[in-house]
Design a protein around this ligand. Structure first.
Ligand SMILES: Cc1cc2nc3c(=O)[nH]c(=O)nc-3n(C[C@H](O)[C@H](O)[C@H](O)COP(=O)(O)OP(=O)(O)OC[C@H]3O[C@@H](n4cnc5c(N)ncnc54)[C@H](O)[C@@H]3O)c2cc1C
Length: 527
């Protein structure tokens, strides 16, 4: 019988953190490029969001030396951690664009991908709801758009048909468009699963490692470039992919990349307690405007209810890009209440905001040999990057083969799947996760809201990517993500992490150095 959460394969790649001594085990610290060997990388990817991780996963299927590097302290910790988590069919994409093409391909791939990589996916379908006469008139055009994008199973619903399916739909509903193929995804597990398999296949992953600049090689043909880290380390690579999302402009300046402008488009969300889940049965989507898809109301794959996002353009580098505001939350509640009656009475457990990488040159801007041979710029992956991540990775690899001379020789030993034992298992009770009863710690609940056991925390700590922050642990196990949001369980969890890894409580962080759980000079609080 499978013992859940016990996937501890021999990894061919290394995961290392550029952290101070004591912040993680010494063997996980990045102090010297020699730890990665002296051979240049065939491809170095800057940005371990879902896009960079998807690319690393796909590249790891070939005999290539690949590096994935991010300044944050876990994979998928930038824009990729804070979105609506819909796996789109592309029914509403602008026909003829690369985005519509990638979404169509990805939608076909997702069921198999999710099954192989053990990424939760739930095809509950969406209903685009018209709540004004003007919006109702737009439904035919939306249906036509879907058909042009070859999403042909959409259907116009009358107000009565919607009420039958959605008893809590707003009384203003005039009609809608049923989109059966829209699915709920897991915003966190996609990046983690891609990166875990890539790591096992030999991709090196450097976290907490900002890239401060690029030293360009001068040799003609295939010059050898170097990524220069914030600590001044030089990492040699023949090809560099700038998948740095909102950091892509700054990085592109360093290699004379072509002109593009980006800005964060903030999206604020309200997350409701699990008792609100039964309010809706589908994802309820507004009729979009030219600027935004609008505020939706949707179950989450974890059994909560979500409303959002807003769409607020902020200047690049605005520190408030992922802050929530009173005005933003008010707009989410107003927008959601236009679709669903009774939303405002539901208990809220959290609010959060994510920042889309809006690019004035359009979505999915890809430039090969951008200003410099061997450098690829990828930017403007704004609103659909989770969905498109897998088809985008393939598209990029084909482009790199053609434009950068990347040789693709399949690695016959590479994995393209995670086994059942990697399945995190948070949707089962702990005793189901270890049905053999072999481990007592699987029976010791530590997060009571989400019913997560001590054993599952230890399994996550031992998993291939070796998460070492409380947030990284939270995204893998759902501990601290329930009604109490960590109020009750964070201290006992910190004690488990500390005793399992040897990191002292005073050096444990929420999301990397600088976010220590205990203020300097304060004694750790123990339960
Ligand atoms: C509000 C909102 C709702 C959304 N809803 C959906 C949805 O329902 N479905 C969907 O498919 N998509 C959705 N998206 C879009 C999706 O989240 C993004 O397209 C996707 O996460 C982009 O991934 P990325 O890897 O390009 O960017 P990121 O996740 O931001 O990754 C870029 C990484 O680069 C790193 N980086 C930057 N500069 C440097 C540097 N100099 N050195 C080292 N590292 C660096 C950053 O730390 C970051 O981790 C939504 C987005 C938002 C904000």
């Amino acid at each position: 019988m499978t013992q859940f959460g016990t996937w501890q394969p021999a990894t061919r790649g290394k995961v290392l953190y550029s952290w101070p001594r004591g912040a993680c085990e010494e063997e996980l610290r990045f102090t010297d490029p020699e730890q990665l060997g002296s051979e240049p990388y065939d491809v170095a990817i800057v940005g371990a969001g879902v896009v960079g991780c998807g690319l690393a996963y796909w590249l790891s299927q070939y005999e290539l030396r690949v590096l994935l590097v991010d300044r944050l302290h876990d994979v998928g910790e930038g824009t990729s951690k804070a979105n609506s988590a819909i796996i789109h069919t592309g029914y509403d994409a602008k026909p003829g664009t690369l985005e519509s093409k990638l979404l169509r391909k990805a939608a076909a791939d997702w069921p198999d991908l999710a099954a192989r990589l053990k990424i939760p996916l739930n095809p509950i379908g969406g209903i685009m709801m018209a709540v004004t006469d003007e919006q109702e008139r737009q439904l035919e055009a939306a249906k036509k758009n879907a058909h042009t994008n070859r999403v042909t199973d959409v259907r116009i619903l009358s107000a009565d048909e919607i009420r039958e399916r959605e008893p809590n739909a707003s009384s203003d509903v005039r009609g809608g468009l049923l989109v059966p193929g829209e699915s709920l995804g897991d915003p966190f597990m996609a990046s983690i699963a891609y990166a875990e398999v890539a790591l096992v296949n030999g991709v090196d992953i450097l976290l907490g490692t900002g890239i401060a600049g690029v030293e360009l090689g001068q040799a003609p043909g295939a010059p050898l470039h170097h990524l220069v880290t914030d600590d001044g380390h030089r990492l040699p690579a023949r090809r560099i992919v700038n998948a740095a999302g909102l950091g892509s402009r700054r990085l592109a300046d360093d290699y004379n990349g072509g002109a593009f402008d980006i800005n964060p488009r903030r999206g604020q969300f309200v997350l409701f307690d699990k008792c609100a889940r039964s309010l809706v049965r589908h994802m309820l989507l507004p009729v979009p405007s030219t600027h935004t898809k609008g505020v939706l109301v949707s179950p989450t794959i974890f059994g909560n209810l979500l409303a959002g996002p807003t769409a607020e353009d902020l200047p690049l580098d605005d520190p408030a890009a992922t802050h929530t505001t009173v005005e933003g939350i008010r707009r989410v509640m107003e927008g959601g209440s236009r679709l669903v009656s009774g939303l405002a009475r539901q208990p809220v457990i959290a609010t959060y905001a994510g920042a889309r990488c809006a690019c004035s040159q359009g979505s999915y801007v890809i430039r090969y040999n951008d200003g410099t041979p061997g450098v690829v710029t990828l930017t403007g992956v704004r609103s659909t990057g989770l969905s498109a991540s897998i088809s985008l990775a393939r598209h990029l690899i084909v482009g790199m083969q053609k434009e950068l001379g990347l040789e693709l020789s399949p690695d016959t030993a590479a994995l393209d799947a995670r086994p059942e034992s990697a399945w995190p298992g948070w949707w089962r009770r702990p005793f189901e996760n270890d049905a053999t009863g072999a481990r007592a710690d699987h029976g010791r609940a530590v997060c009571f809201c989400e019913v997560i056991s001590e054993g599952e925390i230890c399994d996550a700590l031992d998993s291939p990517l070796k998460p070492r922050t409380m947030d990284a642990l939270k995204r893998r196990t759902r501990s601290m993500m329930g009604r109490c949001q960590g109020f009750d369980c964070q201290v006992p969890l910190a004690e488990i992490v500390s005793s399992h890894t040897g990191i002292t409580i005073s050096q444990l962080t929420k999301n990397g150095p600088g976010s220590e759980l205990v203020a300097p000079g304060q004694a750790a609080v123990t339960a």
